[in-house]
Structure formats: structure tokens, C-alpha cells
Design a protein around this ligand. Structure first.
Ligand SMILES: [Zn+2]
Length: 279
């Protein structure tokens, strides 16, 4: 079985600085990810869509407000950048009028490796992601939650996500591939990037969580290929995404992935080879 843990915004440099062995595993590297055309840095909907489909896909967050979404689609249709200039002004005006709502991943109208394999999805973008972290960052952005309250809420989501993934391991049956996703590192870094020690503690906790998760998987299923993937890093000086993704694996992957879109073929090949072995 292949178990993939997607950790949004897990930063290569910080993993390296804190020398977090369980996150690094035996093979780890930065990986090339698509850069969002208008934002000019990697954006999660685009990178996760590209990871899942094996193709560079141009995609943005959707807004939960239908009205805002229509405005964004119309601006997009006319190729108007909604992150700067007139497009940004129109978007902000509509938001000021009270139509704003939290962002979400939206839908992906393309087959992914999870659709064509026997797979299990735990809180995965475009499938079962619960968007709780986006609701919190929305309230933080509006000033309805203080930084203190926001950090507390993010930690609560993180603790329940850890438990959810753990208990879902008990429900794994014949699946060839399991993808579990965590978004708390991203939202914590966005909201609290000035509190470096807070962020570092989160990384250290992730490192020990990975160790217990791998132990549980090994106890239940024996040998499991465990891969950690991230869509981008985080620049704590600037408070924005950094340009490269991250991956690590407890097995040497062949070929070694260089781009996030490389995983699609690598994962399918592992599954194919394994099924041949047992014919
Ligand atoms: Zn982010």
C-alpha cells in the first residue's frame, strides 16, 4: 500500500533547519510546482490539482459566495487579473458590499490518480476537504477572531485532524493508495508567521505525529510506502508562499520526482508493478 500524507505549506528550509528526521525520511527534496500566473507564487488549488492529475492545471480558489464567484468568473472570462488593478478593485468593492465569504477548493473536472485506482481519501482537496481552516482564516481576516483565538482554533482543527487520520487507518481495507491531507501548517503560517517559535513547534509536532502514524501503519499492514508531499513552502520573513514544493519518501522513488506532476506516473507504476507480482 502507498500512504501519502499531503501537508500544505511544509517548508523544506524549516524542515532542514530543525532537522526533522521523520519528515525527511530516507529520500527528500524540493520539487518544482506550477506558479500561479496572476499571484506569481504557487497557489494550493493549482498545485494540488496538478499533483492529482499529473498535468499542470491553471486553477484558483473559488469563493463560497455565489455572487462573488460569478463576478470572478466574468472577470476571468475577459482575462482580467483579479489580484491587481481594476479586477482587484472590483473584487474588493463587491466584498465591501458584504458579499464576501470564505474561499474553497471548488471542483475539479478531470480524472485523478485517486479516481483510477482503488483509493481512500481522507480530507483531500476536491474530494472530502472540510474547509474548516478557510473558515477560520476568513474570520481572522475580517477581524472577528483575534490572533490568539485564531491560533487556538487552528490547533483544535489540527488535533482533531490527527485523530481523524489515525482512526481512518483502522478503516483501510484493500486500498492500493491512501491520501490524507492536512492544511493547518499553511493557515498557521499565514496568520502567525511572526511567531516563529509557534510555527516551529507545529513542525516539531508534525514530525512526531508522522512517526506514530508510520508505526501504526506498519503494525497494521507491514511494509507501506510512505510519501509526504507539500505544494509549496513558506517564507516567514515575507509572510507569503515560497516557490518550491517538498517531498520525502521511506523508499527510493524511481524515477526520482523533480516536478509535482511526476508523482502521477510514479504512483501508478508502483501499483501496476505490485499487482503484476501477485498475478
Ligand atoms: Zn497558503
Amino acid at each position: 500500500m502507498i500512504f501519502i500524507l499531503g501537508i500544505d505549506a511544509l517548508d523544506y528550509e524549516l524542515v532542514e533547519k530543525l532537522s526533522l528526521k521523520n519528515l525527511k525520511q530516507i529520500e527528500y527534496s524540493k520539487i518544482v510546482v506550477p506558479i500561479h500566473k496572476e499571484l506569481e507564487y504557487p497557489s494550493s488549488p493549482e498545485v494540488w490539482a496538478s499533483f492529482l492529475t499529473g498535468e499542470s492545471i491553471s486553477k484558483s480558489f473559488e469563493n463560497s459566495s455565489i455572487f462573488i464567484n460569478i463576478i470572478l468568473k466574468v472577470l476571468g472570462f475577459f482575462n482580467i487579473n483579479t489580484y491587481s488593478g481594476v479586477g482587484k478593485k472590483v473584487k474588493n468593492l463587491v466584498k465591501k458590499l458584504g458579499f464576501n465569504a470564505p474561499i474553497k477548493f471548488g471542483s475539479l473536472n478531470q480524472k485523478t490518480f485517486l479516481d483510477i485506482t482503488n483509493s481512500k481519501k481522507i480530507n483531500v482537496p476536491y474530494y472530502s476537504f472540510d474547509h474548516k481552516t478557510f473558515d477560520i482564516s476568513y474570520l481572522f481576516g475580517k477581524g472577528e477572531l483575534s490572533l490568539e483565538q485564531t491560533v487556538k482554533e487552528i490547533k483544535l482543527i489540527y488535533e482533531s485532524r490527527k485523530k481523524q487520520i489515525f482512526s481512518e487507518v483502522d478503516n483501510i481495507r484493500e486500498e492500493d493508495i491512501v491520501f490524507a491531507f492536512m492544511h493547518t501548517a499553511d493557515v498557521l503560517q499565514h496568520c502567525a508567521y511572526l511567531r516563529v517559535s509557534e510555527i516551529e513547534l507545529h513542525y516539531i509536532d508534525l514530525n512526531s505525529y508522522v512517526s506514530s502514524l508510520k508505526r501504526k501503519l506498519a503494525d497494521s499492514f507491514g511494509e507501506v510506502i510512505f510519501i509526504i508531499v507539500s505544494d509549496h513552502g513558506f517564507d516567514l520573513d515575507k509572510g507569503t508562499h515560497s516557490m518550491k514544493g517538498f517531498y520525502s519518501s521511506n523508499n527510493h522513488l524511481i524515477p526520482k520526482p523533480e516536478k509535482i506532476t511526476d508523482f502521477y506516473g510514479i504512483l501508478l507504476k508502483i501499483i501496476q508493478d505490485r499487482s503484476k507480482k501477485y498475478v
